[in-house]
Design a protein around this ligand. Structure first.
Ligand SMILES: Nc1ncnc2c1ncn2[C@@H]1O[C@H](COP(=O)(O)OP(=O)(O)OP(=O)(O)O)[C@@H](O)[C@H]1O
Ligand SMILES: [Mg+2]
Length: 353
């Protein structure tokens, strides 16, 4: 293998785990982020550049120092991705990034592809919100169309609520109102896609959120084969329509009668697939590194049944207990301060079928 350097935009835990997986394949990583210095990703990477996502000179210099580039989060400005892709193969690609940055665009695309989505309304004013709440006739979730994560920028609303005060509280004029889906459970899907369009599916994962933040995942998900097939097809169709290079997760709701309803996509490694590091023949991070380095896709069979638990700032006192139990794989991200709800690490373990 020729020496290969993978550029990674973003300095958090996803970049860190990508860099660790890449290193195992002999691939060096170069982190680029405004907060790269001393970051979770930079401390395990060969190179790091602290730079802004709109600093064209620094971005081009970075592009010239790497063989391919990937992004650990979807809120990189599209202009940065476009500029980088003029120099090196880039993941997830401009189209995937653009669509995934906006909840309206991703739901519109899903709907065009025949994937079920909750009823939704684009909201730009309190009048539009009042009309949509009226049309909703029930419960809904109001979200900012961009920049939301871990349940931030969301509010539970209902028909009859005061639209003007809710609109003012949201602090953004780019909103989406979604009908509340009375789901039985939540499942996420992950696909890998090469630049040439080769697809690899990972086993589906069942997710449990607390306060809008992923708390635990169990995989492979205990759901009907029809659900797995529908989810994998939807994820694959989305990845192809987005001309994705890399990995992409699709979050979905499953109703009592086994219908799959699209929630959102993330064109990058996803928290609900951290169990693949120990639990899958090829982890999501290794698959991404393989795709970017032009290596063959890895097999994605699960090695039994796995549980993943997130360790947020308020859970750090549980760490000693995890360390004392055999069979547990503890991952800490090297973040300095354990703030409430901040993702500090995760732990996985095999569970008996
Ligand atoms: N329309 C909906 N109906 C029912 N529950 C919902 C709906 N939208 C969001 N939720 C709940 O809130 C969680 C977080 O929502 P969403 O995925 O839109 O937010 P996010 O901020 O992007 O979260 P994350 O970063 O964890 O993916 C969902 O996983 C689900 O549990
Ligand atoms: Mg989500």
């Amino acid at each position: 293998m020729k020496p290969f350097t993978l550029g990674i935009l973003g300095a958090g835990q996803l970049g860190r785990m990508t860099a660790i997986a890449a290193a195992q394949l002999g691939i060096k990583s170069h982190i680029y982020a405004p907060d790269a210095a001393g970051s979770p990703a930079a401390e395990v990477a060969a190179f790091a550049t602290t730079g802004a996502y709109d600093d064209k000179v620094a971005l081009v210099k970075f592009a010239k120092s790497v063989d391919a580039v990937t992004s650990e989060f979807e809120n990189v400005p599209a202009s940065a991705m476009t500029l980088l892709s003029e120099h090196v193969p880039a993941s997830p690609g401009a189209k995937a990034l653009g669509v995934a940055q906006n909840r309206l665009s991703e739901k519109n695309l899903a709907r065009e592809l025949g994937i079920s989505v909750p009823d939704f309304w684009a909201i730009h004013s309190d009048e539009a919100l009042a009309a949509a709440l009226d049309a909703l006739q029930g419960k809904g979730v109001l979200k900012t169309t961009t920049m939301g994560y871990d349940g931030k920028g969301q509010m539970r609303v209902s028909t009859g609520d005061d639209a003007a005060s809710i609109f003012a509280q949201m602090g953004s004029e780019e909103l989406i109102l979604e009908a509340f889906v009375p789901f039985a459970y939540e499942v996420s899907f992950l696909v890998g896609r090469t630049a040439g369009g080769q697809i690899s599916h990972f086993p589906a994962t069942q997710n449990h959120h607390e306060n809008g933040i992923l708390a635990t995942s169990i995989a492979p998900a205990d759901c009907p084969e029809t659900v797995v097939e529908a989810g994998q097809k939807a994820a694959e169709d989305l990845a192809s329509a987005l001309e994705l290079t890399g990995v992409m997760a699709m979050e979905s709701f499953i109703t009592k009668d086994g219908q799959l309803i699209f929630n959102e996509i993330a064109p990058r490694p996803h928290n609900s697939f951290h169990w693949t590091i120990e639990g899958c023949e090829t982890s999501q991070f290794t698959q991404l590194a393989r795709i970017m380095a032009g290596l063959p896709l890895g097999a994605t069979e699960a090695r039994g049944l796995w549980k993943m638990q997130n360790l947020l700032g308020q859970h750090m006192d549980e760490v000693p207990d995890h360390l004392h139990r055999s069979g547990r794989a503890l991952h800490l991200y090297g973040k300095a301060e354990a703030k409430t709800d901040r993702k500090m690490g995760h732990v996985t373990w095999p569970i008996d079928g």
